[in-house]
Design a protein around this ligand. Sequence first.
Ligand code: SF4
Ligand code: SF4
Length: 86
Amino acid sequence: MFESRCGVCCNSCERRNTVNCQGCLAMEKPFWGGECKVKSCCEGKQLNHCGECPVFPCATLSSMGKDYGYDSAPLIETCKKWASNK
Ligand code: SF4
Ligand code: SF4
């Protein structure tokens, strides 16, 4: 079962309840004060998650969070797993 558009596992987030976050799938603009390009793109294509996209893993997804030192590789792997489980 997918938990986000990008591969983040929202259900495992320890802060989720503390900050009363509904998770990526339920979140509506402006998300956390801004817009998530991945969520917007994925939902614009009416896909459940990026793993269903014909151009997966695109540059937007692959570079997500890079400026902040995050590695997108685990998210991409999670999306692949979700795509193969359907
Ligand atoms: S980065 Fe975007 S797509 Fe990923 S969990 Fe957060 S809001 Fe959803
Ligand atoms: S893989 Fe890239 S192009 Fe495809 S839905 Fe995700 S963000 Fe959009």
